[in-house]
Write a protein that binds this ligand. Structure first.
Ligand code: NAD
Length: 353
């Protein structure tokens, strides 16, 4: 017999529903935020990390769920924005019982929120959630299982880099272009392979020396110090590690003509988008450039039979969106980040009306 979950509503203007979930038996304290279902069921991953406070966890889930509305809409997906967080160190607190309790909380939303893997979660954890809920994607097995999203994420970033180059340098040809890549994990490594294949010259870094050594070997890349990558001279910077790397301190030091990468939430704040624009640095909004991952996950949620065609079509549409963002930003002489927000707001509002 499962212990009863304690589920309460959190007041969050601007969000459709925010739930606080507590299960004394497993030590679970978590939140699910449904920002918008205007375009379809809210979709966004489940993150587990040791937050300093419940307020910090709520702030994160609200910010991330709103971000998912933007990302899903920019990708032209019939999905809304949602996200979930569980408080605590996954290594210490994550148990199958805790995950199952969380899955039961997801069920209370009756399909208005679909979860998937995010920080602190693995495909095995998704399989445990799936024992209790059908509203889970990112599974390793099953007819519609979408598997590791990173190769498709990297494809989306690569095409976005080409489009960014086209708008910034007048050609999408990357042969001879210098691209600085921060982070050589799942996304960064795939991206480096494609860039190398296209003839780009790579400057790479990671906090893991072995990953740098591998990239230097495989892609004739030049190694940079993790602290120095944001001030190397290059044509394009591709942040593929952590968030908030574009902030007043780093923007002042950048020696690139454009930024286009896969990391989520690259701008510390929207003002940093304007600061990049003022410096003449063309910024490809991260949630547009990295939406390949959610396109991949969407094939599972939407039970798409012909996955390859769906991915091709959505990546092409994503590229159109990025072109439209850059064109409007050029016409208005403003930050592409502001235009991206505006375009997505138009899509969501027109569907919600
Ligand atoms: P990952 O954990 O596989 O790789 C991240 C890499 O960055 C690791 O090699 C890590 O050592 C390195 N790193 C961490 N901090 C660093 C620092 N300060 N300087 C340099 N390197 C650092 O993660 P990933 O799946 O490759 O994702 C990378 C980024 O892209 C994340 O921001 C993630 O949220 C975002 N993203 C990923 C996907 C996807 O499909 N995996 C989709 C959308 C967005």
């Amino acid at each position: 017999m499962n212990s009863p979950l304690n589920i309460t509503h959190v007041f969050a203007p601007g969000h459709e529903t925010v739930l606080r979930i507590e299960d004394r038996a497993t030590g679970l304290i978590g939140f699910i935020a449904v920002h918008s279902t205007a375009l379809g069921p809210a979709a966004g991953g489940l993150r587990m990390r040791p937050y300093d406070s419940q307020d910090a966890a709520i702030e994160d889930v609200l910010r991330l769920s709103r971000g998912m509305t933007y990302k899903n809409a920019a990708a032209g997906l019939p999905l809304g924005g949602g996200k979930a967080v569980i408080m605590g160190d996954p290594a210490k607190l994550k148990t199958p019982e805790l995950l199952r309790a969380f899955a039961r909380a997801i069920n209370t939303l009756e399909g208005r929120y679909w979860t998937a893997e995010d920080m602190g979660m693995t495909p095995d954890d998704m399989a445990i959630l799936a024992e209790e809920t059908r509203y889970v994607a990112g599974l390793a097995d099953g007819k519609f299982a979408s598997g590791d999203p990173s190769p498709i994420t990297a494809r989306g970033i690569f095409q976005s880099i080409q489009t960014t180059a086209h708008h910034r340098f007048g050609t999408a040809d990357l042969a001879g272009r210098v691209v600085a890549v921060q982070g050589l994990g799942h996304v960064g490594a795939h991206l480096c392979k494609m860039l190398h294949h296209a003839g780009a010259k790579l400057i790479v870094t990671d906090i893991d020396d072995a990953r740098i050594a591998d990239a230097v070997d495989a892609f004739e890349a030049v190694a940079a110090d993790p602290l120095g990558i944001l001030s190397v001279e290059a044509d394009i910077l591709a942040p593929c590690a952590i968030g908030a790397v574009l902030n007043p301190a780093t923007i002042a030091d950048l020696k690139v003509a454009a930024v286009c990468g896969g990391a989520n939430n690259q701008l510390a704040s929207d003002k940093d988008g304007e600061a990049l624009h003022k410096r003449g640095i063309l910024y490809a909004p991260d949630y547009v450039a990295n939406a390949g991952g959610i396109i991949n996950v969407a094939t599972e949620i939407l039970e798409i039979e012909d996955r390859a065609s769906f991915v091709d079509q959505k990546l092409a549409a994503l590229d159109d969106t990025l072109n439209r963002i850059f064109q409007r930003a050029t016409q208005r002489n403003c930050s592409p980040n502001d235009v991206a927000t505006e375009i997505v707001d138009e899509v969501v509002t027109s569907k919600a009306a």
